[in-house]
Write a protein that binds this ligand. Structure first.
Ligand SMILES: Nc1ncnc2c1ncn2[C@@H]1O[C@H](COP(=O)(O)OP(=O)(O)O)[C@@H](O)[C@H]1O
Ligand SMILES: [Mg+2]
Length: 263
């Protein structure tokens, strides 16, 4: 896969980020930039620090050191932990979208599908009920949920549908940066493929910038332009997806790739 020549400014720049819970537990020495329209995968086995890093990026866990610089819609470069919490929350709400592994963590289970989307729209300032309902119905269709189910509770949906609803809820406010932690990890294998297809289509159609954690290299291959590979809290390799998966340089990545390819 050939990357386009990108001359714009990075959307996100991560400099020497460290968040450690114990020796080699968490993430450290993390450096990368994400450009608009890129899908970056964070891969590595369980416990390597992928979620810790993503939680730092999503404003949920302040690093012990290092900088996370986000280039805002207004053209400002903000260190997301240098601003106060209210401002960070507002930034996250208006420019970031976070898709959780388990739909129940990203949805309000006691309100309707439409309200799940509507609530997000209201949080960014939409107050017109008719408009909110139209947008919500439209998003349900975009994620292949029958718009007639707009008043149904998420609990009436299957796991796959709940995940599609969560994706609609997140994308409805047009986030510039979408962060996903194992978005298909909690689903049956047969359902995973459909969700991955949906994500792939939406990412391309909406030209989203995405950082996605996955331990599944097939998912990484399908969706990500670039990868960073983590082992025991450190990034051991990074580069274009095909390059890393077809010709891994680091012994750990070689092991990771061969353990997937060898039955
Ligand atoms: N809140 C926390 N408190 C203490 N240790 C944590 C916390 N979150 C993660 N860890 C530890 O940090 C390491 C990396 O965890 P995590 O980032 O969840 O890995 P991954 O997402 O790659 O499976 C693990 O050893 C985990 O036990
Ligand atoms: Mg994790």
């Amino acid at each position: 896969m050939k990357m386009p020549v990108v001359e714009t400014q990075p959307l996100l720049t991560v400099n020497n980020v460290q968040k450690l819970y114990a020796i080699n537990r968490g993430c450290q020495d993390v450096n990368f930039s994400l450009y608009p329209g890129e899908v970056l995968g964070i891969v590595g086995e369980s416990g390597s620090g992928k979620s810790t890093l993503l939680n730092c990026l999503s404003g949920q866990a302040a690093p012990n050191s290092g900088d996370i610089i986000y280039h805002t819609r207004a053209g400002e470069d903000l260190n997301i932990y240098d601003i106060n919490e209210a401002k960070r929350r507002l930034l996250m709400r208006s420019e970031f979208g976070i898709v959780k592994q388990h739909p129940r963590d990203g949805l309000r289970m006691r309100v309707s599908a439409g309200a799940n989307i509507g609530e997000r729209l209201m949080a960014v300032g939409d107050r017109h009920y008719g408009h909110i309902r139209d947008v919500a119905s439209n998003w349900l269709e975009q994620v292949e949920i029958d718009a007639e189910r707009v008043d149904h509770l998420p609990s009436e949906f299957s796991g796959g549908m709940q995940q599609r609803l969560q994706i609609a809820r997140v994308l409805a406010t047009h986030p510039r940066l979408v962060l996903m932690d194992e978005p298909t990890g909690g689903l049956d294998v047969s359902v995973q493929a459909k969700i991955l297809d949906l994500i792939r289509t939406l990412v391309a159609d909406l030209n989203l910038s995405v950082i996605m954690v996955t331990h599944d290299l097939a998912v990484a291959r399908l969706l990500c332009h670039r990868l960073i590979v983590m082992q025991k809290s450190r990034v051991v390799e990074s580069g274009l997806t095909d390059q890393i998966l077809d010709d891994p340089q680091h012994a750990y990545t070689q092991l990771l790739v061969s353990s997937v390819l060898t039955p």
